[in-house]
Design a binder for this molecule. Structure first.
Ligand SMILES: NC(=O)C1=CN([C@@H]2O[C@H](COP(=O)(O)OP(=O)(O)OC[C@H]3O[C@@H](n4cnc5c(N)ncnc54)[C@H](OP(=O)(O)O)[C@@H]3O)[C@@H](O)[C@H]2O)C=CC1
Ligand SMILES: O=C(O)[C@@H]1CCC=N1
Length: 286
């Protein structure tokens, strides 16, 4: 097992055991940067979900209050992985349990470092992150902002965690919302596009399997073309678009529907919504 030294001695406690926590755990185990016995996953009440996680990943799990408190006190890294609406209550309960030297890693959309520290009741070390679900196969894109209280070692630990499951951008905290709109929610826009491409293929007579496989390879190939050639998407699109050809006809339809303006508006709306969710937690609980 190729352990990354800065994580090898840490216990990582996921406070929230939903889809994002699972994506990161699966990625960490898949890339062998943490072992199952270093990982604990806690939730509020869904025992069936914890049984699935324990069986699938051999991690430790708990939903009972006493056991959760012990795991949270013992962990070197606590990953906040509940929905924004559940964060206020969970963080208020977590604050009194914290010990010196623990690191909080938040995945929660919109929740600022200052709000997290206020809810916890002390200026603890916080890494605010925005990953995406592709972390589960080591292809995530994660934005990270660190609070001034984080040590160099803690920053290295967080980088190790997220670099193990994809690419990482360390950004100023005021860019976290727009990053959420681009890469946190971004996979959903791509899937939405793919749903439509697959449906259209089926409408035209392809089998569902053919249409899915062709769409998947098309998106994968296009992403890899950008990544490997370093070319601008405008240039790569121009290479496909023969004058008066089929692609030009298709782009004309997309333009008529204001495709690019709509995608940009969607990214900005996601950013705005992320801020709104954080503000709602702040207003309700501070
Ligand atoms: N999904 C995504 O693509 C991304 C999500 N995020 C962020 O990750 C966070 C989690 O999202 P996601 O995984 O989709 O959410 P899910 O709804 O899938 O999971 C939420 C988890 O939090 C648990 N939980 C809620 N309240 C408490 C509590 N008081 N104590 C312990 N556990 C609690 C739930 O437990 P139970 O089921 O028992 O109620 C559940 O396990 C969100 O803040 C989101 O903004 C960030 C980037 C991408
Ligand atoms: O939809 C959400 O609120 C979360 C944040 C980014 C992706 N999913």
């Amino acid at each position: 097992m190729k352990t990354i030294p800065s994580l090898s001695a840490s216990t990582i406690c996921f406070y929230g055991a939903g889809s994002m926590a699972e994506a990161i755990v699966r990625g960490l185990l898949h890339k062998q940067v943490a072992s199952a016995d270093q990982i604990v996953m806690l939730n509020r009440s869904n025992r069936e979900r914890l049984d699935y996680l324990a069986q699938t990943y051999q991690v430790q799990t708990a939903s009972e209050a006493d056991a959760k408190q012990v795991y949270l006190r013992d962990a070197s890294i606590i990953v906040l992985a509940m929905k924004p609406k559940d964060a206020g209550e969970a963080l208020a309960g977590l604050g009194p349990l914290l010990r010196e030297g623990q690191l909080i890693v938040s995945l929660i959309a919109g929740l600022s470092i200052s709000t997290i520290q206020a809810l916890l009741g002390s200026p603890v070390a916080v890494a605010r992150t925005m990953p995406n679900t592709s972390c589960s196969i080591g292809q995530g894109a994660t934005g990270i902002s660190f609070s001034p209280e984080t040590t160099e070692e803690q920053r290295a630990q967080v980088l190790s965690m997220f670099e193990a499951v994809g690419m990482v951008s360390v950004i100023p905290e005021d860019q976290m919302e727009i990053l959420t709109g681009v890469s946190g929610s971004g996979p959903a826009y791509v899937y939405y596009l793919m749903e439509a491409m697959i449906e259209a293929g089926i409408e035209g007579g392809l089998t569902p399997e053919q249409s899915r496989d062709l769409t998947v390879q098309t998106v994968l190939g296009a992403a890899l073309m950008m990544s490997e050639t370093g070319e601008a998407p405008t240039k790569l699109r121009a290479d496909i678009t023969s004058p008066n050809g089929s692609t030009q006809a298709a782009i004309g339809v997309l333009e008529a529907g204001s495709f690019q303006q709509n995608v940009k508006a969607a990214v900005h709306r996601a950013a705005e919504r992320s801020k709104e969710m954080g503000e709602a937690v702040k207003q309700a609980l501070l």
